[in-house]
Design a binder for this molecule. Structure first.
Ligand SMILES: NC(=O)c1ccc[n+]([C@@H]2O[C@H](COP(=O)([O-])OP(=O)(O)OC[C@H]3O[C@@H](n4cnc5c(N)ncnc54)[C@H](OP(=O)(O)O)[C@@H]3O)[C@@H](O)[C@H]2O)c1
Length: 297
């Protein structure tokens, strides 16, 4: 069977390609230049021609702050584009895994968000991703919407790389937000979760289609995550600060913690411990520190 990955040049898309190849899994990955999901006709033709066993859509407009100034473009990709993919999958009768985000929630809940919690995005990015979920839901029943959060990996830009740049720049003082909490999620673990779901879909007549949450554990604040990332920069003083002290065009959810019990019950997929993945990424990036992610706030 062949898996088609859209948005294959991004963090999760690139991991998917590598992890699929490592499993000996047939995979075709198309990046933005190779397939633009806003072009409905080309999306339809590509999926009809390739006839993959499943499509995994990682293509998205993910520049959260920039989206506030580009709402039409963000909606064209995250909303209409996601719908184009789902419609094309429906026409070709190909199951779809579509990635989404904690930003569909307003972040004010006291505990972890379950899949059925009320949505209420407060940013352009969140609204467009929610529109994408609805478009997928309306277009094609054989879908899995996988909401994740705080993605990090070897490809692309992410918080880990930003912190490492700051660590290496010789800064001695760093303030990091300590009133937003979430589950850092390795791109490789998301890729493995998608591949496990794809394998389940391939071998089983009964698939619990629908929306699932998948994020790393334990939950931590950005400050706590930064301390884990920069554990081997002893001269760097990292101080906690509030969201208000660090204003951004798009306000971040205070609570991004996703309840991941449903995906475990349905597919046997557990939350990944982000510590060992972070340690591996630091080694891959040539960072010398070795830690297990423990001892963070
Ligand atoms: N990053 C996070 O922290 C995070 C958190 C929660 C959920 N998610 C979700 O997880 C998924 C994967 O995220 P990621 O971190 O892998 O994002 P990413 O690294 O930004 O990758 C997204 C990819 O989509 C491509 N793309 C953009 N517009 C496209 C279009 N019109 N047609 C085809 N491809 C297009 C981008 O290519 P160009 O760069 O060339 O435009 C990029 O390679 C997304 O659905 C995202 O919303 C991410």
């Amino acid at each position: 069977m062949t898996i088609l990955v859209l948005g294959a040049g991004g963090q999760v898309g690139a991991s998917l390609r590598w992890r699929a190849l490592a499993r000996g899994q047939g995979v075709v990955g198309l990046n933005h230049a190779e397939l633009d999901i806003t072009d409905a006709a080309i999306v339809r033709r590509t999926i009809a021609d390739l006839r993959p066993a499943i499509v995994i859509n990682c293509a998205a407009y993910t520049a959260v702050d920039k989206a506030e100034a580009e709402p039409e473009l963000a909606m064209a990709i995250n909303g209409t584009g996601a719908g184009n993919v789902a419609l094309a999958c429906g026409l070709a009768a190909v199951p779809l895994i579509h990635l989404s985000t904690d930003y569909v929630f307003d972040g004010t809940a006291q505990g972890p968000y379950g899949e059925d919690a009320a949505t209420g995005p407060t940013t352009v990015y969140g609204r467009t991703k929610l529109a994408g979920e609805k478009a997928v839901y309306d277009a094609w029943g054989k879908h899995i919407i996988l909401r994740t959060a705080w993605v990090f990996g070897a490809m692309g830009e992410n918080f880990v790389k930003t912190m490492l740049r700051l660590g290496a720049s010789g800064s001695t003082n760093l303030k990091v937000v300590d009133d937003q909490v979430g589950g850092p999620t390795p791109a490789d673990a998301i890729a493995d979760a998608c591949l496990d779901i794809a394998a389940h879909v391939a071998r089983s007549d009964i698939v619990p289609w629908g929306t699932y949450h998948f994020a790393g554990a334990p939950a931590v604040t950005w400050f706590g995550f930064a301390r884990a990332i920069l554990a081997h920069y002893p001269d760097l003083v990292i101080a906690p600060c509030t969201t208000d002290a660090f204003p951004r065009p798009a306000r971040r959810p205070a609570n991004s913690v996703l309840d991941c019990t449903r995906i475990r019950a349905a597919f046997g997929i557990s939350q990944p411990d982000w510590g060992p993945y972070l340690a591996q990424l630091l080694r891959d990036l040539g960072e010398t520190g070795s830690h297990d992610g423990k001892g963070v706030s």
